[in-house]
Design a binder for this molecule. Structure first.
Ligand SMILES: Nc1ncnc2c1ncn2[C@@H]1O[C@H](COP(=O)(O)OP(=O)(O)O)[C@@H](O)[C@H]1O
Ligand SMILES: [Mg+2]
Length: 226
């Protein structure tokens, strides 16, 4: 298996006016295509900062990042948006679904923004297939408010997969869910990574979450802990 992610000596420093806030101090890390990895660490350790760089939402201050064989370290805002649309999927703690839209329309929405080449019918079919895959075949017409938290996260996961990304990033995906629902969502990630072959990278501070991943990377004060 090849490495879909290769980070070398990644440093991230935020600038707030006169104040410099160093957050990542030199992260070197490879992630294999098709794997499932959990990034763990205490609150404030730099997990989201790292995930934002991995997800091409932000750029490192120093170091290099190769994504799927491409050096993306210095990509512009537009280039990073293009990479995100074509290669990456995201889900978050609070789902970020659009309230007055059906589950199906939420899932297919990203297809309206890229050049998927799909007809409206094909887009609907793909959305329906993904919703069935996450166990919501019977809920496609429901709006988010008519769904439980776990179901909303399933919709968000289906939406994250609609462009057939190489990598699915999840930042605290079970942070707003009870422990039983969390276990179900984690099982879904595990299942998707084996069945669909998508690379899964999830960030969490929850021990139980990490237990579902084959590989756990601990981050502490902006460094990978031994
Ligand atoms: N945009 C920002 N500007 C300044 N400081 C930030 C910014 N984002 C995060 N930080 C700081 O970086 C540190 C790590 O934050 P974060 O990556 O969100 O940690 P985690 O996700 O592990 O809780 C924190 O001290 C936080 O205050
Ligand atoms: Mg965070």
């Amino acid at each position: 298996m090849h490495n879909v992610i290769e980070l070398t000596d990644i440093v991230k420093t935020y600038q707030r006016g006169e104040i410099t806030i160093p957050v990542l101090h030199g992260i070197t890390l490879s992630i294999e295509a098709g794997s499932m990895t959990a990034i763990m660490g205490a609150s404030g350790s730099g997990k989201s900062t790292l995930l934002n760089i991995l997800g091409c939402l932000d750029r490192p201050s120093a170091g290099t990042y190769r994504l799927d064989g491409l050096d993306v370290t210095h990509c512009s805002r537009d280039e990073r948006a293009e990479i995100r649309n074509s290669k990456l999927g995201f889900c978050f703690q609070h789902f970020h679904l659009l309230p007055r839209m059906s589950a199906l329309d939420n899932v297919t929405m990203p297809l309206d923004y890229g050049d998927s080449g799909l007809s409206p019918q094909q887009a609907q079919d793909r959305g329906a297939e993904l919703l069935a895959q996450v166990g919501l075949a019977e809920r496609m017409d429901h709006e988010p408010a008519q769904l439980s938290g776990g179901q909303q996260q399933r919709v968000a996961i289906a939406r994250a997969l609609v462009n057939r990304p190489a990598i699915l990033f999840a930042d605290e995906p079970t942070g707003a869910l009870d422990s039983r629902t969390s276990a179900e969502i984690l099982e879904l990630f595990r299942q998707l990574h084996t069945d669909v072959g998508v690379t899964v990278v999830l960030v969490t501070h929850d021990q139980n979450v990490a237990a579902h991943a084959k590989r756990i990377i601990h981050i502490q004060d902006g460094l990978i802990a031994a």
